[in-house]
Design a protein. Structure first.
Lengths: 241, 323
């Protein structure tokens, strides 16, 4: 009896520890998901002189995070809660209609498709990922938007919803700050300092907006949305969005 | 509850009927546009406090088949706690324009009460609805929520202008209201979502509304949808791209991190920013988003870019407003 209990205990602990490795890998920037091809509107904002100083870079990042929380976390949450094929397809379709900014919508679809491609190969313990990818590849029905793909992967690999939503905010922040360094707005050390400074704000934002239904999704930064829409008008650009 | 599977259908029909009745009771206004002897005609119309619907006899040329509906509010604005709910249906092949006579003022909130404006519209096959109001102006501390839901067919046509200003500039207000929400939903047949947009501006977030808006005083959105408006869509897309292309500048690499050495002029953001996004299958819809420093510049933009609607509506939108 005792030995059995210990055995189960050990197994559980091993599973927990393995989950941590999966989590770190999913959030690691080495995962080839193409996140660094996107600046979340920062490049257009710089060229429009909307962002020109460290103060308004910080404000920009906080606004991007808040907009991510109110607009996209509901999709991460709902995909995480029921990671099945029908729910996933429904969420993707809703998000396609919800992302009204063409630049942002295309960015979301290409990031999501890349992430699902990688995850379907890497996380073979979740065969549904491969199945979903194969079922909808080349179909017009599903666009593979990023937030529901991320929620789905988290749900299938065993992240709880809260962790998934926090993680989604983390990778968004990671990618925007990385874009800021490549656009020469901050140096690498300054960027890390900024990331740590913003973390408490990001946490507060997650807490305020987490666990909401997709019907409640909305955007909060109409000026930045307008500016991001101009990305394709830029004469020269580093990023896809 | 009756558990028989056969009873579920009539029960839900009754429920739906009741819901419809309730909606009608709650509605403060409704209008129905149908073809009568081949012309778009308002066949039913009612409104009650705090909404007034006005149907002017002649707005444009008699040779154009369109009805115009003006929505007015008593006392020229929406008082805290007011709920305006309007339903409009535009029958197959009909054309209707809905507009206002002046900006919609949302007065200061009393006891944190929210004012609400709801529009539910059905647009028939090959019909056109243009919702082309003046902007909403929320006074300091105001709380306002607006929801517009459009149900239409793949060959229906729709123009929606939805815009907000920063407040009463003359009283020194700048994005001083408490809460603003604007939702625009467009559904195709069988409740297929085509465009689901909600914008919320709230004072109690990490960054104040004024900080988010920087020096801009107006935020506008224009939706243009449908086969009859393809030409208008293409024209706006081309012109906006042309207008905006000259507005962006690369920070010069020699001038250091924040381009401090650039002349002052080069650091000022453009006073008028617009961008276009296609949406829907086969890019059937177009949404234009605008941020501007003055209301007049947005009126000019709308007058210019919506002028091609004149043949459908009899008068060019915003022809007389904002002057």
């Amino acid at each position: 009896m005792e030995i059995d209990d210990k055995g189960t205990d050990n197994n559980e602990r091993t599973a927990d520890h393995l989950l941590q490795w999966t989590q770190w890998q999913l959030l690691d920037s080495i995962l080839p998901t193409g996140g660094f091809a996107h600046s979340y509107g920062l490049e257009a904002a710089i060229q429009a002189r909307i962002v020109s100083s460290p103060q308004n870079l910080k404000s920009f990042i906080i606004q991007v995070l808040e907009n991510t929380a109110t607009l996209l976390l509901p999709f991460v949450h709902c995909a995480n809660k029921s990671p099945d094929i029908d729910n996933y397809a429904k969420l993707d379709k809703l998000l396609e209609a919800t992302l009204t900014n063409e630049v942002g919508r295309k960015a979301s679809a290409s990031q999501g498709a890349a992430l699902l491609r990688v995850a379907a190969s890497v996380f073979s313990e979740a065969p549904l990922l491969r199945k979903i990818r194969e079922s909808f590849m080349g179909s017009r029905e599903v666009s593979f938007h990023h937030a529901p793909v991320f929620g789905l992967i988290c749900g299938l690999t065993g992240f709880d919803s809260g962790t998934s939503q926090r993680a989604y905010m983390f990778i968004t922040m990671r990618d925007v700050i990385s874009a800021a360094t490549r656009l020469n707005l901050v140096g690498p050390l300054g960027a890390s300092v900024l990331q740590h400074e913003i973390a408490p704000v990001a946490e507060e934002t997650v807490r305020r907006w987490m666990d909401r239904s997709v019907e409640e999704a909305f955007q909060t930064a109409p000026l930045l949305d307008t500016v991001q829409g101009c990305h394709s008008y830029l004469f020269s650009r580093l990023f896809c969005s | 509850m009756n558990s028989s599977p056969f009873s579920s259908r009539p029960a839900s029909c009754v429920e739906r009927e009741r819901e419809r009745e309730r909606e009608m009771e709650e509605a403060t206004g409704m209008a129905r546009v149908e073809k009568v002897r081949g012309r778009s005609t308002v066949t039913r119309c009612f409104s009650k406090y705090p909404l007034k619907l006005i149907l002017p006899k002649k707005v444009g040329s008699v040779h154009v088949d369109a009805v115009w509906i003006y929505t007015l509010s008593y006392g020229g604005g929406i008082v805290s706690g007011d709920r305006v709910s309007c339903r409009i249906s535009v029958g197959d092949g009909c054309t209707a324009a809905m507009t206002t006579q002046a900006s919609t003022k949302v007065y200061k909130s009393v006891d944190s009460k929210c004012s609400e404006q709801i529009l539910a519209a059905r647009i028939g096959k090959d019909a056109l609805l243009a919702v082309i109001p003046d902007p909403v102006t929320c006074f300091s501390t105001a709380r306002y929520s607006q929801k517009q839901v459009f149900r239409l067919f793949s060959d229906s046509n729709l123009v929606v202008v939805d815009w907000i200003t920063s407040g009463r500039h003359e009283s020194g207000e700048k994005w001083d209201f408490e809460h603003y929400r604007s939702t625009n939903h467009i559904f195709l047949e069988e409740e297929q979502p085509l465009f689901l947009d909600s914008v919320v501006l709230e004072q109690k977030s990490s960054v104040s509304i004024a900080e988010r808006m920087q020096q801009y005083h107006v935020i506008a959105m224009v939706v243009i949808l449908g086969p009859r408006l393809k030409h208008t869509q293409n024209q706006i897309q081309d012109e906006v791209k042309k207008m905006m292309s000259g507005q962006f500048r690369l920070p010069t690499s020699t001038s250091g991190r924040y381009a401090r050495s650039e002349s002052k002029h080069c650091q000022i953001p453009p006073p008028f920013i617009a961008s276009c996004s296609s949406f829907g299958p086969q890019a059937v819809g177009l949404v234009i988003r605008v941020a501007a420093t003055t209301t007049e510049s947005v009126y000019m933009f709308l007058r210019h870019h919506l002028a091609s609607l004149e043949p459908f509506l009899g008068v060019a939108p915003y022809f007389q407003s904002g002057r």
